[in-house]
Design a protein around this ligand. Structure first.
Ligand code: ADP
Ligand code: MG
Length: 494
């Protein structure tokens, strides 16, 4: 049997145009010039007419629930400009967004005989657009903040190191006190920079481990409770908490990161309830996904605040806010391949919902033996193009009893290494001409067993594979403390 040829005339001979229009999901109506509906397709009848034919009613009644032609009717503009105008509207009856277009039908004498009105639900695509706009904005912000963080890390490394060295040079209590202040201010700065980097850090520098979320959330509540208590005692307000956590909430993750993320959310909830209220924390698992909800009955947020909540440094709390809490949360959840959504209403409260992937691997208590740091004096080559970093690393290492050679360019460093024997090489990552990676490769060519430590002010999103591939033994984040430097050297020395 030969297959019947499909042609337009074949289709049209067996079906009328109405039945063709009935197959289209957009709602289509044919109206006369007085806005009266002459024909409607099935979608229009089902959605706008609750299943009844729209013929005989007016478009403004059915499309918008109005009693007279709409003020923003796209028809006149389409008529005067000659181009089809698309109008976006929000329909309260359905709680959805629609797009409407009017296609005029004109006579030979250019008179309007009627028009075809096409409407479609665009809520989904709008959501998608908003989401990708949000993602683009966050990516741009991430780029800016990671650059700023990098520069600050270099500066703080210098300040921190100098303050530490100067503390050893003096016994004057007044000097010591001031140096202590400089040191803690620099450490505070470093903590802020780390939080900022957390927003962009995609890879974790640590392996994920199985975590019992129920236990972790309970810990976080216990840790943060003093803050609600304090505010309660000081101002006589009461924050009541309702906690419902299911069992078997295992995820693979980084416990300190998740702890900090949940703490940020809890602190925000408490901040949002200056007159007291109810904080509800629930967590449950279904279909391999864990849903955690933090609900408060606080002041809520405007649309604008919701839109900017994850932006680093966005805060409505004036000097009391850093604006880094939710951006940090965003980074942590993203790194855990989870999702986070914000629902909020001004005056009513906020719900923060987090989705994480459940795992079958159960958390086990692992007790690690305490780390013993023992450094044997070594010959160390330090390469960094920033003189002040070079000086400070050099002096700290000398102070620890090592024999140090410093080079302010990668070429000099490599030549120096060829001339002399070194136990360890420390190199900056970002240098002009030759990068830290290349320095590592060239050093290993000369002596494959020399340990190499890479210093970086960039976020910790270096690929562990790449680190291994590039023959780097350890990556140390700037700014680092004397103890961290010492620990790393003792590790690579083995
Ligand atoms: P900070 O708390 O330092 O202001 P965050 O990044 O933690 O910074 O939060 C950013 C902003 O988001 C807050 O300033 C506040 O306006 C808003 N916000 C976050 N959580 C809530 C909440 N639970 N209720 C109301 N507003 C909130
Ligand atoms: Mg906060």
């Amino acid at each position: 049997m030969s297959k019947k040829e499909i042609t337009v005339s074949n289709i049209l001979s067996t079906r009328d145009s109405k039945s063709i229009l009935d197959n289209i999901t957009e709602f289509i109506t044919l109206c006369d010039s007085d806005f009266k509906i002459l024909e409607s397709n099935n979608s229009a009848d089902v959605i706008l007419g609750s299943g009844n034919s729209l013929i005989g009613s007016h478009c403004y009644e059915k499309y918008r629930g109005k009693t007279q032609p709409c003020e923003d009717c796209p028809l006149p503009e389409t008529m005067s400009t000659g181009s089809i105008i698309s109008l976006e509207t929000y329909d309260e009856r359905f709680g959805e967004y629609f797009e409407e277009r009017a296609y005029p039908i004109v006579s030979d004498t250019e008179e309007l005989e009627g028009f075809v009105l096409v409407g479609k639900n665009i809520s989904k695509s709008r959501e998608h657009e908003e989401k990708s706009a949000q993602e683009k904005k966050l990516a741009a912000l991430g780029q800016i903040s990671s650059g700023v963080a990098h520069d600050f890390n270099n500066v703080l490394t210098g300040i921190l190191g100098r303050a530490r060295l100067m503390k050893k040079l003096t016994t004057d209590p007044e000097f010591l006190k001031n140096l202590q202040i400089i040191e803690s201010a620099a450490l505070d700065g470093a903590a802020t920079v780390r939080r900022m980097q957390d927003f962009t850090r995609l890879r974790t520098d640590k392996e994920f481990e199985p975590i019992d979320l129920k236990k972790l959330i309970e810990e976080v509540i216990a840790l943060t409770r003093p803050k609600w208590r304090d505010s309660a005692i000081v101002s006589g307000i009461l924050i009541e908490s309702i906690v419902r956590l299911a069992d078997n909430l295992n995820v693979l993750g980084d416990p300190p990161d998740l702890r900090r993320a949940f703490m940020n959310i809890l602190f925000n909830a408490v901040d949002a309830m200056p007159d007291g209220g109810v904080l509800t924390i629930t967590a449950q698992a279904r279909d391999g996904k864990i849903t955690i909800k933090f609900k408060d009955t606080g002041i809520g947020m405007t649309e604008e605040t919701i839109e900017r909540i994850f932006d680093p440094f966005f805060s409505t709390k004036g000097v009391q806010g850093t604006g880094l809490g939710m951006s940090e949360v965003f980074g942590v959840i993203k790194r855990h391949l989870g999702q986070i959504t914000v629902d909020s209403q001004v005056g009513k409260g906020t719900v923060i919902t987090i989705l994480l992937l459940q795992t079958d691997i159960t958390a086990v208590e692992i007790s690690k033996p305490p780390e013993v740091i023992k450094v044997t004096p070594s010959k160390i080559l330090v390469i960094d193009d920033e003189e002040y970093i070079l000086d400070i690393v050099g002096e700290v290492l000398t102070d620890l009893g090592h024999e140090v050679t410093t080079c302010s360019s990668a070429e000099d460093g490599i030549n120096q290494f060829k001339k002399d024997n070194f136990d360890v090489v420390i190199t900056d990552l970002g240098m002009p001409n030759i990068s830290g990676w290349e320095v590592a490769a060239r050093i290993k060519e000369v002596n494959a067993s020399t340990p190499i430590i890479l210093l970086t002010g960039w976020a910790l999103n270096l690929d562990p594979e790449k680190i291994k591939e590039n023959k780097v033994d350890f990556v140390l984040q700037k700014p680092f403390t004397e103890e961290e430097l010492e620990r790393v050297i003792s590790k690579v020395e083995k």
